[in-house]
Design a protein around this ligand. Structure first.
Ligand code: GLY
Ligand code: MN
Ligand code: MN
Length: 487
C-alpha cells in the first residue's frame, strides 16, 4: 500500500512538473479537448466497430539522419501525442479486459528508454500518456503483440490502408513496422495484396479502409473555438512574415534570403515548423505553382515575387500568398494583372457563405479572370481553353495545409481563397505580359452570414502594398561579412 501511494505520489508530481515545465509552451490543446474529439468520432462510428490509427512513420533522410518527425494529423487530433511508434484503438462499445477493466479506447506507445532519450529526446511513455494525455488504457508498444482482442467479432474494423513505405527496425519489435505487421495478423489482412487501395476492392471481410476518411473529414472540417484560436495565431504569424518582407526586400536579394526572413519571423513567434515547403518565386519562377527550389541568387529590379508561405503553430497551419514588386512599385502591366486577380478574389469572397459548394468559389473567380483576360487581349474569348489560371481557389486549412473537410460550406470551416494568373515566358500573347505570375491567397473563417478574412493584416491592394514597401526595416542594415574567397 505504502509503495502504491508513493508511486501514485511520484506520478502525480512528475506529471504536474511536466505540465508546468518551463521547457514547454503552456498553450497546447488540452487533454480534455482531445478526449472530446475521440468521443465525437466514437459517436459517429458504425455499430459494433473499432477504428485503428497508427502514428506517422519516422522517415529516413540519409544514413543515420531522419527527417524532423511530424505526427500524423489524425493521430494528433485524437490524442495530442507527438511521438512515433504508436497505435490507437477506439471502440464503439465498451470492451472488457482480462482483469475485468472496462474500456473503449486503448493506446500503445513507445517505451521510455534512458539511453534513447539521452540521444533523441524525452518520451512520455505509457505513464506519461496516462497522466498528460488522459488516455487511461496506455501501454508500451511491446504489449500490443499480446493484446488479445478478437477483431473478427466487430462488424467493421476501420483503418487507413497502408502504403508500403514504413521501414523495419529489426532491433525493435514494437516499432511502427512491427505494430502494423502485428495488426495485420490480428485482423487477417489479405497477404496477397500489398495494399487494399491498390487492390481497388474491399476484401470480403470486416475490414473497411474507405469509411474512416469521411468520418474524420466530418469532424476535422468544422473547427472548434480552440482550433480557431490556433489558426488565427498561425495566420497572424504568417502575415507578419509578409509585412516584414515587404519592408525589407530590395533588388539583389535572393529568393532564399526572402524565405529566411519569413521563416525567421515564424520562429520568433515560436511556430514549430512551416505547414508546407515555402514557395518563393521571383519573376517567371512564380509560374511554377509549387516552386520550392528558391535558388534564384539575385532578384531583378523589375520583377514580381510570389511568396506562398504558412507558419505551423501547435499543429495548425496558415496558407497565405502575397505577390509584390521587388522594387516597391508595380509596373502598369503588373498592376493590371494584380488587380484582376484581386477582383476575382473579392468576388469569390462575396460568394463565400454557408450552403455554397467550394467549387462555386472557383467558378466565380474563373469568370472574373476570363472576362478580364479578354479585356486585356491576353485571350480571345471567355470560353477559350488556357493555362493562365490552372487551379481551383479553395481548400480547407487546419492540421494539414490541404485539410480534411466537406465541400459544402458551413460555419467554423477555415478555408483559403486563392486565385492566380500565371503567364510563362514565350506564351502566345504579347511579350509585355511574359513572366508575370500573381497569386493572392488569403485565409477565411466561414461564419453564419458569410466569411471573415483572417489574413487582412498583410496588405492586399496595390496602394497598401506600395505604402508598406516604403517603410524601412532593420534588416536593411543587417549586413554579414563577405565570405567569398578573394579573386
Ligand atoms: N500552398 C499550397 C496551396 O496554396 O494550396
Ligand atoms: Mn492554398
Ligand atoms: Mn498556398
Amino acid at each position: 500500500m505504502k509503495h502504491l501511494l508513493l508511486t501514485l505520489f511520484i506520478s502525480v508530481i512528475s506529471s504536474y512538473l511536466l505540465a508546468q515545465s518551463p521547457d514547454l509552451p503552456n498553450d497546447f490543446l488540452g487533454k480534455a479537448w482531445h478526449k472530446e474529439r475521440r468521443a465525437n468520432l466514437r459517436a459517429s462510428m458504425p455499430a459494433n466497430s473499432v477504428a485503428v490509427f497508427f502514428a506517422n512513420a519516422v522517415r529516413n533522410r540519409s544514413n543515420d539522419v531522419d527527417y524532423v518527425y511530424h505526427q500524423d494529423p489524425n493521430f494528433f487530433y485524437l490524442t495530442g501525442y507527438r511521438e512515433p511508434e504508436a497505435v490507437l484503438l477506439i471502440f464503439k462499445n465498451k470492451q472488457t479486459a482480462a482483469n475485468g477493466t472496462s474500456y473503449d479506447e486503448i493506446i500503445f506507445v513507445q517505451e521510455r528508454n534512458a539511453m534513447a532519450e539521452m540521444w533523441t529526446g524525452r518520451r512520455l511513455g505509457a505513464e506519461g500518456v496516462k497522466n498528460l494525455l488522459g488516455l487511461d488504457q496506455a501501454f508500451n508498444g511491446s504489449q500490443f503483440k499480446k493484446y488479445n482482442v478478437d477483431f473478427s467479432k466487430f462488424t467493421e474494423v476501420l483503418f487507413y490502408d497502408f502504403y508500403n513505405d514504413v521501414r523495419d527496425n529489426p532491433r525493435d519489435s514494437a516499432d511502427l513496422y512491427s505494430l502494423i505487421d502485428q495488426f495485420k495478423q490480428k485482423v487477417n489482412y489479405p497477404k496477397q495484396d500489398n495494399s487494399l487501395i491498390v487492390a481497388k476492392e474491399q476484401p470480403k471481410n470486416n475490414l473497411n479502409t474507405r469509411g474512416l476518411n469521411q468520418l474524420m473529414a466530418n469532424l476535422r472540417g468544422i473547427k472548434t473555438q480552440e482550433e480557431i484560436e490556433l489558426i488565427r495565431k498561425a495566420v497572424m504569424i504568417s502575415c507578419v512574415g509578409q509585412v516584414e518582407v515587404m519592408k525589407a526586400i530590395e533588388p539583389g536579394m535572393s529568393e532564399r534570403e526572402i524565405q529566411g526572413i519569413h521563416e525567421f519571423v515564424f520562429k520568433k513567434y515560436q511556430a514549430e515548423d512551416v505547414g508546407y515547403p515555402s514557395i518563393v518565386g521571383g519573376g517567371h519562377n512564380g509560374c511554377i505553382l509549387h516552386y520550392i527550389d528558391n535558388y534564384k541568387p539575385s532578384l531583378d529590379n523589375k520583377e514580381l515575387i510570389l511568396m506562398d508561405l504558412g507558419a505551423e503553430f501547435h499543429g495548425y497551419t496558415a496558407d497565405i500568398t502575397r505577390t509584390i514588386p521587388v522594387n516597391g512599385k508595380f509596373s502598369p502591366e503588373q498592376k493590371l494583372i494584380y488587380e484582376l486577380v484581386l477582383n476575382a478574389q473579392e468576388a469569390s469572397m462575396k460568394a463565400c457563405k454557408p450552403g455554397v459548394d467550394m467549387a462555386f468559389l472557383t467558378t466565380v473567380s474563373r469568370e472574373v479572370v476570363n472576362k478580364g483576360l479578354v479585356e486585356l487581349g491576353i485571350i480571345k474569348t471567355e470560353t477559350e481553353k488556357h493555362l493562365y489560371f490552372p487551379h481551383g481557389v479553395s481548400h480547407h486549412i487546419g492540421l494539414d495545409v490541404h485539410d480534411k473537410g466537406n465541400r459544402m460550406l458551413e460555419p467554423n470551416m477555415a478555408i483559403t481563397i486563392e486565385p492566380g494568373i500565371y503567364i510563362p515566358n514565350n506564351s502566345a500573347t504579347d511579350p509585355k505580359w511574359w513572366g508575370i505570375a500573381v497569386r493572392i491567397e488569403d485565409d477565411y473563417l466561414v461564419n453564419k452570414e458569410g466569411c471573415e478574412l483572417l489574413s487582412g493584416y498583410a496588405p492586399r491592394t496595390v496602394a497598401d502594398i506600395e505604402a508598406m514597401m516604403k517603410q524601412s526595416s532593420p534588416l536593411q542594415k543587417f549586413k554579414l561579412p563577405d565570405i567569398n574567397p578573394k579573386k
